[in-house]
Design a protein around this ligand. Structure first.
Ligand code: PEP
Ligand code: MG
Length: 374
């Protein structure tokens, strides 16, 4: 794994002496976690657990979602539980002694299901080759079932905390895996520090409900394993409604992490997935926007972050506030987050050195401005 050496390391150590903003990384496998640590990350600010559901596990989720038979569903959940426990053992070991914020499943469910269009093509091929009629009928049934679940706007649909409300066994499985991995490592004498993050919250009852599920599951695992588990539960703030009601939400949260990717998308009403193909390049060319707001934090979105932090700390003076959108690794945005008074930024592993430097520069510039004003 690459490490920082020589002059760059010295410069970053100077930056660390000045900066008040913490720097964490977004990582979802032990290799990236270790890499982040080598680059000076002080924890994992975002582990996107959906990245752990690729390959065979997609099929297991599909089985769980599409099957009504409780025995088949239980088997799928147990397979996922075992796999996730292994994932978290690796993550917490790599970050021993440092916080690891694990976000519960976030993306729209259809991302875990086969594509109806691809199934349609397969069916047409099987029919052309005179394939087995029963197999073709089964594929068609599957295609129709998945098609019936499709949404007009999946990014505004069944995703984030809504998944855990519709399928409560999913957060139970994930929290159980997190707590079990933490308990196992504690018994080995290590110091795992997981935190659980609920995505896409817009109203307090969502967080209240899922926090309750998490706390109950953690208590059950602690009793079964005979260890004490203290696992904070927090939320993403990535919808304007959450930012403007942050005081209420903070009463149910140990920490906030601002998801500025979704917050930018929902504040502007711009699709984050089409930003390069659609009108944003034209906006930049015609100077309707000074820069791409998905790369550098927009002042309007930053205002929502500031409001969210201030209201949040009113609702809960102990609240820890960070940011984990792409902006966390952008030097200009880091300056804005320093000025807002966030506790940390979290960014991709390779951006950690840049974020450390930008945070140091922001703190130094503030000190120098203060000295000049005296
Ligand atoms: C965000 O929305 O800023 C965020 C970090 O979450 P994701 O990019 O996974 O939606
Ligand atoms: Mg998001």
């Amino acid at each position: 794994l690459p490490e920082l050496t020589g002059d760059l390391d010295t410069i970053l150590e100077w930056a660390d002496e000045f900066r008040t903003l913490g720097v964490r990384a977004n990582a979802d496998n032990p290799e990236d976690a270790e890499l982040s640590r080598n680059f000076g990350a002080e924890g994992i600010g975002l582990c996107r657990t959906e990245h752990m559901f690729l390959g065979d596990r997609k099929q297991i989720i599909q089985t769980f979602i599409l099957n009504e038979d409780p025995a088949v569903r239980d088997k799928a959940v147990n397979e996922l539980l075992e796999a996730q426990t292994g994932d978290f053992l690796g993550m917490f070991k790599a970050m021993d002694g440092l916080p690891v914020i694990v976000r519960l499943l976030d993306p729209p469910l259809h991302e875990f299901l086969e594509s109806p269009r691809a199934l349609d093509v397969e069916i047409a091929k099987l029919e052309a080759m005179g394939g087995d009629a029963a197999a073709i009928a089964e594929k068609r049934r599957l295609m129709e079932q998945i098609d019936a679940m499709s949404e007009a706007n999946p990014m505004l649909g069944l995703r984030g905390c809504r998944l855990g409300i519709v399928y409560p066994i999913l957060p139970i499985m994930q929290v159980r895996a997190i707590a079990t991995a933490a308990a196992e490592l504690k018994k080995q004498g290590l110091d795992p520090r997981p935190e659980i993050m609920i995505p896409l919250v817009s109203v307090v009852p969502e967080l209240e409900k899922l926090r309750g599920v998490a706390e109950q599951t953690i208590a059950e695992v602690a009793a079964e394993q005979g260890v004490e588990l203290d696992i904070p539960v927090g939320t993403m703030i990535e919808l304007p409604r959450a930012a403007v009601t942050a005081d209420e939400i903070a009463a149910q949260a140990d920490f906030f992490s601002f998801g500025t990717n979704d917050l930018t998308q929902t504040t502007f009403g711009f699709s984050r997935d089409d930003v390069e193909a659609e009108f944003v390049p034209q906006y930049l060319e015609q100077r309707l926007l000074p820069y791409n707001p998905f790369a550098t934090i927009d002042p309007g979105v930053a205002k929502l972050v500031k409001m969210g932090v201030e209201l949040g700390r009113e609702g809960n003076p102990e609240l820890v506030c960070g940011v984990c959108g792409e902006h966390g690794g952008d030097p200009d945005s880091v300056k804005t987050f320093h000025a807002i008074g966030l506790d940390y930024v979290s960014c991709s592993p390779y951006r950690v050195p840049l974020a450390r430097l930008a945070a140091g520069q922001a703190a130094l510039a503030e000190q120098m401005d203060g000295a000049r004003d005296k």
